[in-house]
Design a protein around this ligand. Structure first.
Ligand code: PLP
Length: 351
């Protein structure tokens, strides 16, 4: 008896030590988890399913663009319908934190995030984790450009050329995190006056404002010649056989970070924390390319990026002021200004 108690105490101590060493070892979490997900549908599905299986949690996800999820979380403030928000661009997560809609949590795996983002993580005040990196690009349909006899653009600035009339689409920054990243990148690069003058001129060439940076199908089919989104989307389209190429614009690499955060008032807070630990882990960060065709760059230094992903050490990233563009007040002001210059000066039907 004495012996078995001792053995069992030793075993308990060993387990406690292992759990302390490995934050992902809560093998019997159980219970439920609802994820608002703003990455590709397949990634949402595979990452949530793998979590559910690994931790024995009844987990489900609902997918929407980043700006749409932000709106939902705000509308559900008094009665949250989800526990955690996975993916989507950093700025709207910051806007949610600014509005008091997020619960602070810092995963122990934070230590494994790329060193260049550690100072930013400190500024994020424990509300948001960053799980992947993506750089902005111009997507072109090479066949369509050849057919129209238009030269391949090298810069964002080139897209104002009347030759691109009705050939450009980009996501609406009010609903799409990608669209907002495009807006913040140009404001950061050129200052407000020049950036909004650009959006006004570009509007003449825009045929459609899409609802998500992931809506690249009209580019692949050649309905439009130009799209603006993240580079990895064009790599995927090209891989699938579409005559699509991603161009890093001459202005430099605007970028954002894919974020993950816990929603304030989450009904399953322990599982929400466990899920954040999960999406910070190398195993989960490799799922998008190992089990799908999505090549965003993992932020965990121990995660292997897809061989098709850009090499982050070769990207000259523009120094984006995420705290400014993540401010609720500033984002509202910039989005209103964008709406003024894009919606009031043309009859072209755009949705
Ligand atoms: N996360 C990933 C991995 C993406 O590729 C994108 C857009 O391409 C986004 C988030 C942002 O999506 P949205 O523009 O729908 O907010």
């Amino acid at each position: 008896m004495q012996h078995s108690l001792k053995t069992s105490l030793k075993y308990t101590a060993l387990c406690t030590a292992l759990v302390a060493m490995n934050p992902l070892s809560h093998a019997y979490a159980e219970g439920k988890l609802t994820v608002y997900c703003s990455v590709q549908n397949t990634t949402c599905e595979k990452v949530t399913q793998a979590f559910a299986k690994k931790y024995n949690v009844d987990a489900k996800f609902i997918r929407d663009s980043t700006g749409i999820v932000l709106g939902k979380i705000k509308a559900e403030k008094k009665n949250p319908q989800a526990d955690v928000w996975y993916g989507g661009t950093l700025e709207p997560h910051l806007q949610a934190a600014d509005q008091g809609l997020l619960e602070p949590y810092r995963s122990p795996l934070q230590a494994d995030v790329m060193p260049q983002f550690q100072p930013l993580m400190t500024k994020l005040n424990h509300h948001i984790s960053i799980v992947y990196l993506m750089e902005l690009a111009i997507g072109v349909n090479t066949e369509k450009l050849a057919k129209l006899g238009i030269q391949t653009p090298k810069c964002f600035a080139d897209l104002r050329d009347p030759a691109f009339h009705d050939q450009v689409q980009y996501p609406d920054p009010r609903v799409s995190g990608t669209g907002y990243s495009f807006l913040s990148t140009l404001v950061q690069l050129w200052g407000e006056e020049k950036a909004f003058d650009y959006f006004q001129k570009l509007h003449r060439n825009v045929t459609q404002y899409t609802k998500s940076g992931l809506a690249t199908n009209r580019l692949s089919t050649g309905e439009v010649a130009i799209d603006i989104s993240f580079m990895h989307s064009y790599v995927r389209e090209k891989d699938k056989g579409a005559p699509v190429k991603g161009i890093l614009p001459c202005e430099g690499a605007g970028y954002t970070l894919g974020a993950a955060s816990i929603i304030k008032g989450a009904r399953n807070p322990d599982n929400a924390k466990l899920f954040i630990d999960w999406v910070m882990s190398p195993e989960a960060q490799e799922i998008p390319w190992r089990q799908g065709d999505s090549y965003q760059i993992p932020t965990n230094i121990h995660a292997q990026p897809s061989p098709k992903a850009s090499d982050p050490t070769k990207l000259k990233l523009i120094d984006i002021d995420f705290i400014r563009f993540g401010s609720d007040k500033e984002s509202k002001r910039l989005l209103e200004k964008w709406f003024e210059v894009t919606k009031t000066q043309s009859d072209t039907p755009k949705n």
